[in-house]
Design a protein around this ligand. Sequence first.
Ligand SMILES: NC(=O)c1ccc[n+]([C@@H]2O[C@H](COP(=O)([O-])OP(=O)(O)OC[C@H]3O[C@@H](n4cnc5c(N)ncnc54)[C@H](OP(=O)(O)O)[C@@H]3O)[C@@H](O)[C@H]2O)c1
Length: 263
Amino acid sequence: MNVGLLGSGHIARALSAGWSRQVIAASRRPRLLFFDIALEAAAEAAGGCGGTVVASATELVSASDIVVLAVRPPDVRDALASVRDTLGRRPLASLAAGVVLADLLAALPAGARVGRLMPNVAAAVGAGVFLLADGSLGASLRTVRSLFAEIGEVVEIDESSFDAATAISGCGPGFVALFMEALESAGVAAGLEPAAARALCAGAFAGTAELVRSGRAPAAVREAICSPGGMTAAGIRSLERAGVGDAIAAAVAAAVRRAGELA
Ligand SMILES: NC(=O)c1ccc[n+]([C@@H]2O[C@H](COP(=O)([O-])OP(=O)(O)OC[C@H]3O[C@@H](n4cnc5c(N)ncnc54)[C@H](OP(=O)(O)O)[C@@H]3O)[C@@H](O)[C@H]2O)c1
């Protein structure tokens, strides 16, 4: 299958890294095509994954089975204008934060097949989470779902909850990374070697995530390791006094608010 990436920046590179992993059977690995108004960005993205640079948006679309729209939200209008006459019935998956299905559909001819997706950067290692709201994909929905399922978990949601879900799964890795940075630095300040602090920190996050994935509630994990008068309880009291819960709630609210301002 030929996948055309319209826009070759950060997220296009993360997806391409995921799709070009050798653990995906060669027969299922997509052929990746890149176009970007910054030609060097397309060349860099293609170089990183053995993909192909094409010379125009129309050439990209003509050669693709699926088009992935990976430009920044203010550039969506121009990017769609550049493909509207060529797209036909090829499915288009838009990654643009805050750009709603109604606006995508309005910018394309009647009959266009469009879905809205929100990836996260863990797609680069095959561990992404993709929110998917279907606009008009019809029979192409299954193809789009299978393509992204090669590099993570696809979660279909109604568009009404897209911004809230994006704040958790799209922005979440950034919030978690901030917490990890702080935990790692605190480990170093407490006397650990930097490499050891990083490895222990990654292990703590990965292990906790696995426990939650296996069915335990986060509160149950916390309570299980919080023996009265113990070390964890002392640390958690300190986090609560500092208002960590309120700070996280404010971060999610700020991200949701921002989604409405992006397009
Ligand atoms: N980065 C993430 O982790 C992430 C996660 C989820 C969703 N997204 C979404 O993915 C989209 C891309 O984000 P990004 O971080 O990858 O942005 P980025 O790194 O800035 O890459 C976007 C690329 O698109 C190019 N471009 C602009 N207009 C174009 C056009 N009409 N045709 C072709 N290429 C065009 C830009 O060139 P110039 O720089 O020269 O303008 C730039 O090279 C955004 O809408 C964002 O909401 C990103």
